[in-house]
Design a protein around this ligand. Structure first.
Ligand SMILES: Cc1ncc(COP(=O)(O)O)c(C=O)c1O
Length: 348
């Protein structure tokens, strides 16, 4: 596994050393945080400390409840917010479409940006911070201002940006620990105002049911608090990658848009993504086609379709995503293999 090159960080990131250590230590503290005895109270105190540390690290002064990750947080908000109607952007993660309600879909432009004039009044509006396929960053200030003027609540899915960029000034925010160096199966829902969400369950201030996953929560806190000194390096690597792709006849998706440095999508003309994935895989490189959830199928990415891409072109797009552990030599190797595949395709 270690000799392979992992460029699929948007699907999940490697666990950081400090998160792994915090989890390891937590497994030795054997108590349910709801138990009133001394051990239980100790575990409760550790969870509350983790909550405070995460809020401080993310600079979020309001409420935070632990969940199993962004998908659960998304379902919670869609099902239990206090407004009657809900709209989401056409580029939201699949979890928004599988939360048991049917939202209205808001269009995006060809660069992947939300169209402010189309934002509705008096609704819950789901617009992500960063897209998981293209890396496009939505304009947070415009969204905040427009949605406030329209008396709508902003639900920002920050699964791909949390811990990398400042959080937006939204009403609800979802995130997953495994996208920022923590373990899978834990995450959070950030809530500005308790009154905007209907309670449910006996844990997490009455907003969730189920014993907290204490080891994962403590690992999550450790991961969030780690230094982000690698982020600048990611921007340099992404720029190198973009230029190499363009120079060898490829296309950078949403090249004109503001994008997070850790996610990029590239189109290799006349070669379906599924074949590219196999060839990269055989060359020891893990990448993805669009989102991890839809990559098993041959359907075009709904994100690219919403940006106006045709089926043929959309099916030729792969996603490369990276982070803390990615080195320049990983990127050089990816570029080398990309060039080889592109050359073979030209000869075929
Ligand atoms: C933007 C976005 N939102 C939500 C999710 C769902 O996260 P999880 O599977 O951890 O619940 C993902 C995961 O790929 C994502 O990229």
């Amino acid at each position: 596994m270690n000799s392979r090159i992992y460029l699929d960080y948007a699907a999940t990131t490697p666990i950081t050393t400090s998160a792994r250590q915090a989890m390891d230590e937590a497994f030795d503290i054997w108590a349910n945080p709801s138990s009133p005895h001394k051990d239980g109270r100790h575990m409760r105190a550790l969870i509350e400390e983790a909550r405070i540390r995460i809020k401080e690290a993310l600079n979020w002064p309001h409420h935070l409840i632990f969940t199993s990750g962004a998908s659960e947080s998304i379902a919670m908000v869609l099902q239990r917010n206090t407004l009657e109607q809900c709209s989401i952007s056409a580029v939201e993660h699949d979890a928004f479409l599988r939360a048991g309600i049917i939202p209205n879909i808001l269009p995006v432009d060809k660069n992947g940006y939300i169209i402010p004039e189309k934002l509705p009044e008096n609704q819950l509006v789901g617009v992500q911070t960063v897209n998981n396929e293209t890396g496009v960053i939505q304009p947070a200030d415009i969204l905040r201002q427009t949605l406030s003027e329209k008396n709508s609540l902003w639900f920002a899915d920050a699964a791909q940006s949390a811990g990398k960029m400042p959080l937006p000034d939204a009403d609800f925010i979802s995130l997953s620990a495994h996208k920022l160096g923590g373990a899978p199966g834990v995450g959070a829902l950030l809530i500005r105002d308790w009154a905007k969400l209907k309670p449910f369950g006996g844990q997490e201030q009455g907003y969730r049911a189920g014993t907290e996953n204490a080891p994962a929560i403590l690992g999550f806190a450790a991961a969030v608090c780690e230094k982000k000194d690698w982020f600048e390096k990611a921007a340099t690597l992404r720029e190198k990658l973009d230029q190499a792709i363009i120079a060898s006849g490829g296309e950078v998706v949403a090249y004109q848009s503001e994008r997070i440095p850790t996610i990029a999508s590239y189109r290799m003309p006349d070669m379906v993504a599924k074949t590219q994935l196999i060839l990269f895989d055989m060359a020891g490189i893990s990448i993805s086609a669009g989102s991890a959830c839809s990559s098993g199928s041959l359907k075009s990415s709904p994100v690219l379709k919403a940006m106006g891409w045709g089926d043929k072109e959309a099916q030729e797009v792969i996603r490369v995503s990276f982070g803390r552990e990615t080195t320049e030599s990983d990127i050089d190797q990816f570029i080398k293999i990309w060039r080889q595949i592109a050359e073979q395709r030209k000869k075929a």
